[in-house]
Design a protein. Sequence first.
Length: 78
Amino acid sequence: MKFGKIITLGLPAIVLWMGGIFVLGIFLIKWFWMWTIPALFPGAVASGAVAGVISWWTALKLSVLVALLAAITNISKS
């Protein structure tokens, strides 16, 4: 398949768009966790039961989980 045909399909744009949303989701999850969890559960964070800050790896796993849940919700609506 020639490069011009791939461009006309819009596949690179879709892949870049989905990748961008995925990376943005990782940043948002990490930011959300850092600001809300310690504010909502200060006792649990202080005792060590809940982490006040999550790692990038954990944010990545949570982002995948959110994406899967969104996909399941979309599929079940169809």
